[in-house]
Design a protein around this ligand. Structure first.
Ligand SMILES: Cc1cc2nc3c(=O)[nH]c(=O)nc-3n(C[C@H](O)[C@H](O)[C@H](O)COP(=O)(O)OP(=O)(O)OC[C@H]3O[C@@H](n4cnc5c(N)ncnc54)[C@H](O)[C@@H]3O)c2cc1C
Ligand code: SF4
Length: 310
């Protein structure tokens, strides 16, 4: 098997996770970073020029082909894992950007109680209500620990919405139930469609607190702190299962790839299907992958990150 020249970091998977990690490492260090992605390259213009509903929504062009490599699933530890033969709502991505290309872009933060899920459930329902096999745990960090990072990624993506809790002050019209934000959303909420407006009026009259969804679709033209400009949403409705034709929905290809492609210490290799992490003396030393010509190659690396989705 051919052994390639070693790199400092190899990241498997070019979705939000892998490319965010690549961007953080590439911008803060001089490390040479290689991202291996099994699918092909893509850019915003591809959606504008070639996208159609049959190809994307029915034939699931952007998604992992279960004909070539299925996903197995079991509901309980004692069950036998069975292959998925037809996708339902679970639509894992392939190609640069991964699932972040055809995601819906609903962009909630976790609530503070989500970080202490086990404690919360025990307090609310008691230990008797948790089944024996339940593995729910508290996180080792809190909402407050993560808040600055939520804020940063929301600015990078240009999330639209209305704050309902700004530094502890509750605000009508926003989500009053979420944890405190230290600043308002980077772009205003999306327009309220007719049915949602009816729902809003009805629930408000009953004393509830409806609010617009936080969305990774820019409601107005937006330039993020990295200097990346994107158009405001045109309300075409082709978000989920599609890439946005004008780049209004935040996707790795319209936020992170433009930055990374300018960096000398970053390389993206597509058509690189990783099959194995190579261990030497119990330490990850690189990965083996199959390229588009069917050749198996060994890519040595000092650090190996798996970002290929669970
Ligand atoms: C249809 C849909 C709608 C969604 N809507 C929302 C939403 O509204 N709000 C929300 O918060 N989340 C949503 N999600 C979830 C969200 O998009 C994903 O959790 C997120 O994009 C995952 O990012 P990731 O980088 O971890 O994984 P992915 O985006 O899946 O990226 C993994 C990458 O690894 C590559 N890969 C996998 N195996 C290998 C291998 N062996 N070798 C090389 N490369 C490999 C894949 O091709 C892929 O590009 C949605 C997901 C889908 C599918
Ligand atoms: S322009 Fe269309 S695809 Fe893009 S974010 Fe708006 S509704 Fe979604």
């Amino acid at each position: 098997m051919k052994r390639l020249r070693s790199v400092d970091v190899v990241i498997v998977g070019a979705g939000w996770t892998g490319l965010t990690m690549a961007q953080e490492l590439a911008s803060r260090t001089g490390l040479k970073i290689l991202v291996l992605e099994r699918g092909g390259a893509r850019k915003t213009r591809d959606y504008l020029e070639t996208m159609d509903e049959l190809d994307y929504a029915i034939r699931l062009r952007t998604m992992q082909s279960i004909r070539d490599e299925t996903v197995t699933l079991r509901h309980m530890a004692r069950d036998r894992a069975l292959p998925i033969r037809q996708y339902g709502s679970f639509l894992p991505g392939t190609g640069v950007g991964g699932s972040g290309e055809h995601w819906s872009g609903i962009a909630y933060r976790y609530y503070p109680r989500d970080f202490r899920r086990r404690t919360h459930l025990l307090e609310k329902y008691g230990a008797r209500r948790l089944p024996e096999y339940c593995t729910v745990e508290d996180w080792p960090l809190t909402y407050d620990d993560l808040e600055p990072y939520y804020d940063r990624v929301e600015r990078m993506m240009g999330i639209s919405g209305k704050a309902g809790n700004l530094r502890g002050t509750l605000i009508d019209g926003g989500n009053r139930f979420e944890g405190p934000r230290h600043s308002e959303f980077p772009t205003p909420p999306m327009k309220t469609p007719y049915l949602s407006a009816l729902f809003q009026d009805a629930t408000q009259s009953l004393g509830y607190h409806p609010y617009p969804l936080p969305a990774a679709t820019t409601s107005v033209p937006y330039t993020n702190p990295d200097g990346i400009s994107r158009a405001g949403c045109a309300y075409c409705g082709y978000c989920e299962r599609f890439g946005c034709m004008i780049g209004a929905k935040a996707q790795p290809t319209n936020t992170l790839i433009p930055l990374l492609s300018r960096r000398g210490n970053f390389e993206l290799r597509t058509g690189a299907w990783v099959r194995r992490v190579v261990l030497e003396s119990g330490r990850a030393r690189g990965v083996r992958y199959v390229n588009e010509r069917g050749e198996e190659l060994f890519q040595p690396a000092e650090l190996v990150f798996l970002a290929s989705w669970t």
